[in-house]
Write a protein of this length. Structure first.
Length: 68
């Protein structure tokens, strides 16, 4: 059980749906405010995520090299 492995009680904020939704909303606002890309990790392996991050990085480097 994930909670037990984190030494958390069942009533912790870690599983409180309202707290989770608040944290997601905060993260979405912060990413939008800074123009940071978001990678959907649903059904994606860590290798696929790494490839997506590398692609985003390379795209940004190329754009900056073009004076964009």
């Amino acid at each position: 059980n994930r909670l037990l492995s984190l030494n958390q009680a069942p009533e912790t904020a870690y599983v409180d749906i309202d707290k989770v939704q608040d944290e997601l909303a905060f993260a979405r606002r912060m990413f939008a405010d800074h123009g940071w890309p978001v990678i959907d990790m649903t059904r994606r392996s860590i290798e696929e995520a790494a490839a997506a991050i590398i692609n985003l990085f390379n795209d940004r480097v190329l754009a900056e090299g073009d004076g964009a």
